[in-house]
Write a protein that binds this ligand. Sequence first.
Ligand SMILES: [Zn+2]
Length: 148
Amino acid sequence: MRKIFKDELDEEFLKQLFEDDEKCLKFLSEIKWGEDFVCRKCGNTNYCHGKTPYSRRCTRCKHDESPLVNTIFHNCKFPLSKAFYIAYYVCNQKKSISSYEFARRLSLRQMTCWKFKDKLKKALSKIEDMNPSERLEIEKILILSEEK
Ligand SMILES: [Zn+2]
């Protein structure tokens, strides 16, 4: 089983993520780029702050990228912190949580939760079928990390 979130995230930190969209963005940007920013358009490695919180703007071609781009959270229609919550529990499936239960806990529509859960499951199963080198690329794109 592969996970979006590593084991070492402690409960206090998770609680913060699930309440705060900006913390989720910060977390994503750290996993996505960390210290190794490379501009997707021109390959430049220098950046400054972009227009939206935690986005990065290439100093050469001015391409501005949000941490959400090329992740499963991109174009998500409900708050990022809620999407993180679902992603966390779907990826750490010790016991499965129904879309009805997610809807109740997060005050979202059941169909909304079902759709996002389905998207996550498809992404996870796609990864299972890949050879290791392909996996690495996709995992980075989906911000998934392998269980140790
Ligand atoms: Zn650039």
